[in-house]
Ligand binder design. Structure first.
Ligand code: NAD
Length: 354
């Protein structure tokens, strides 16, 4: 029985990955998470008590705690997702992004390296450290073209810059020390259990509650939307079949402008939860001041992961969005609890908190 560490496993994508690994593989899974505002054990409710799952409340900045986890659990690999992940918060308060995304990743690489260097040859050859990153490290595209594994880095927000730095560390630990790291750069995810500060869950929340739905600028920004369970399967494929030292870009040709996404959400909420007095939730859409430095367009060429690892997305934006809206309708209590008194839907990312 092999053990995998999933850092950030109580967050949005991490919890989807932990659920996927518990349901669809034989691994023992150790979720490592410090439970920031974005981490929640309720997101792991389905698997928390599974005999193959263990939870460790550990900050990735805590080297000694990581060291004892490696020594005690003896994992065959790490899939590293723990991060501060919201661009808007990185504009208001970048320090935590430097601390977790850069220094935390450095700590995890160091402790991973120390453990890996002590493994027997066969175990060391099998060991993998998958560093999960974003397409935002590549900067912004114009109206055409795609990001590939060869695209030069040009991060433009504090979040993207901190992730770019951590990508360089992960690759350097492979090149310099031989640690078998792999890096993934994925497009925007959506799906169940996403903290309701991000565009899609926030829009669903506002639409359901008859509140104005904020859209930055004129909603012209384009993202390549990937359903979170498709990302989880991609990460498993990279972990099991990817080549050490390689990078894989992950997306699904799910390009859509933000306004089109929000309008699709309005139509789904109208259909699945008609409002007694608002016939068309699109009337709630409100254009608000744009995010400073907002990148215009991201889109991914995922030929490499398709051809080399045989991964493709199963969900289109239409099927995935329908499932997502249905999930938030059925799980409003989860949304309310994770927001609690920590986040009331207020505008973030104008740089006013600095
Ligand atoms: P999230 O904010 O939902 O979850 C992050 C998790 O990390 C939380 O559970 C949090 O408690 C934990 N965490 C934060 N700081 C920690 C620390 N110092 N020590 C231990 N745990 C800590 O984020 P997400 O959207 O699930 O993103 C996960 C990863 O995927 C991130 O690395 C992010 O950069 C990357 N990514 C996200 C997207 C996206 O669209 N959400 C796209 C591409 C890549």
């Amino acid at each position: 029985m092999q053990t995998v560490f999933v850092t950030g496993g109580a967050g949005f994508i991490g919890s989807a990955l932990v659920r996927t690994l518990i349901r669809e593989s034989a691994y023992q899974v150790v979720t490592i998470d410090s439970l920031t505002y974005a981490g929640n054990l309720e997101s792991l409710a389905d698997v928390l008590d599974d005999p193959r799952h263990r939870f460790a409340r550990v900050d990735i900045g805590d080297g000694p705690a990581l060291r004892s986890l490696f020594e005690h659990e003896r994992p065959c690999g790490v899939i590293h997702l723990a991060a501060e992940s919201h661009v808007d918060r990185s504009i208001d308060a970048p320090a935590a992004f430097i601390e977790t995304n850069i220094v935390g990743t450095f700590n995890l690489l160091q402790e991973g390296l120390r453990y890996w260097q002590g493994l027997a040859t066969e175990d060391a050859q099998r060991f993998r450290f998958v560093h999960v990153s974003t397409d935002e490290v590549f900067g912004s595209l114009g109206s055409s073209g795609y990001f590939t594994e060869e695209t030069p880095y040009a991060p433009r927000s504090p979040y993207a810059a901190s992730k770019a730095a951590s990508d360089h560390l992960a690759r350097a630990w492979h090149h310099t020390y031989g640690l078998p790291t792999l890096t993934t750069n994925c497009s925007n995810n959506y799906g169940p259990y996403q903290y309701p500060e991000k565009l899609i869950p926030l829009a669903i929340h506002c639409a359901l509650n008859g509140q104005s739905i904020p859209v930055y600028g004129r909603g012209e920004h384009v993202r390549d939307w990937l359903y979170v369970d498709d990302h989880a399967r991609a990460l498993r494929a990279v972990f099991e079949q990817g080549l050490a030292g390689e990078t894989y870009t992950i997306g699904c040709h799910g390009e859509r402008g933000n306004l089109a996404v929000v309008e699709a959400i309005c139509a789904l909420v109208d259909e699945l939860a008609p409002h007694p007095s608002i016939a068309d939730r699109r009337s709630l859409i409100t254009f608000v001041r744009d995010r400073p430095g907002h990148d215009l367009r991201y889109a991914i060429d995922m030929t490499k992961i398709q051809n080399e690892l045989g991964w493709t997305a199963r969900e289109s934006l239409e099927t995935g969005l329908r499932q997502t809206v249905a999930w938030y309708l059925a799980n409003q209590a989860w949304s309310d609890r994770v927001r609690g008194n920590r986040y009331g839907g207020e505008r973030l990312g104008l740089g006013q908190a600095i």
